[in-house]
Design a protein around this ligand. Structure first.
Ligand code: SAM
Length: 273
């Protein structure tokens, strides 16, 4: 798909960069309203593309930082907004960018983006590395949104839900039908808000332990907790240790990981010998 009038460089949507542009103006405004940014704050937009959200974000905060990887679209954003003192266009891969370093010391920083679906999870965890923004509003594939907000005991619940919910509050705000984009994607979408807890109840070391535990337990998702705690190469507890942590944390060792709440995962990570 191409756009642009006569004399303008034409831009063809690149599937490799997850380019599905949001053309529904009501939805653009609805997403922007979900960002709780004030005049004194800094706002970072990931993947502004052709500016569907950007045009509603301009002037809302003291600074707006736009991070766009596509060469032509970054150049266009620079042409359009580069003269403004309150806008910075960063032509870069968000995953290789220290997003919080682009903010200002002491400023509340918010992140918003209609992001490429193939790198949703890496982007989310990149944004959840420390220090964390005040909040993150992202358009993601509906199925991924459901996995982010999933409750324990459901089919969608897994490492993604535990990883995000152990450090942040999560809300699925609304669904977005695929017809709101051009080109039309194969899947529906949803907007999620992720609000990191501040201060975070976990130390960086506890978080690293938790990540290791979650990865191991969900790698062996169908197995009983006791078996994975004993036999997984990254865990290796003995029988007595399994019984001791199960009693301390209050879980049934014959249960499966999808039935442990994020809070139980946190308690289990800190109870591990
Ligand atoms: N925000 C626009 C909208 O809503 O219409 C574009 C959304 S499109 C789904 C994703 C955007 O992210 C594209 O502009 C794409 O070029 C950009 N993008 C893809 N990978 C990126 C990366 N690693 N870092 C920064 N931007 C990226």
């Amino acid at each position: 798909m191409t756009t642009g009038g006569p004399g303008e460089n034409r831009h063809r949507a690149k599937r490799s960069l997850g380019q599905n542009f949001l053309i529904d103006a009501n939805l653009q405004r609805k997403i922007v309203r979900a960002v709780a940014a004030d005049r004194d704050d800094v706002l970072v937009e990931i993947g502004p593309g052709r500016g569907a959200l950007t045009r509603h974000l301009i002037g809302r905060t003291r600074r707006l930082v736009l991070i766009e990887l596509d060469d032509l679209l970054a150049a266009r954003l620079q042409d359009q907004y580069g003269d403004r003192a309150d806008v910075d266009v960063i032509h870069a891969d968000v995953l290789a960018t220290d997003v919080m370093a682009l903010s200002e010391p002491g400023a509340r920083t918010h992140v918003v983006g209609n992001i490429p679906y193939n790198i949703t999870t890496p982007i989310l965890f990149h944004l959840l590395s420390r220090p964390r923004p005040a909040d993150i509003v992202l358009m993601v594939q509906l199925e991924v949104a459901q996995r982010i907000v999933a409750a324990s005991g459901t089919r969608e619940y897994g490492a993604l839900a535990v990883g995000v919910q152990s450090v942040a509050e999560v809300d699925l705000l609304f669904r977005v039908r695929r017809g709101a984009f051009r080109p039309v994607p194969r899947v529906d979408s949803a907007v999620v808000r992720v609000t990191p807890r501040s201060p975070c109840q976990l130390t960086p070391e506890e978080e690293a332990r938790l990540r290791n535990l979650v990865r191991a337990l969900f790698q062996w998702r169908r197995k009983q907790l006791a078996k994975t705690l004993r036999d997984h190469p990254d865990l290796g507890l003995d029988r007595d240790e399994v019984e001791a942590v199960a009693a301390a944390v209050g879980f049934d060792p014959s249960d499966r990981p999808e039935n442990l709440s994020p809070e139980a995962f946190i308690r289990l990570a800190s109870a591990l010998p």
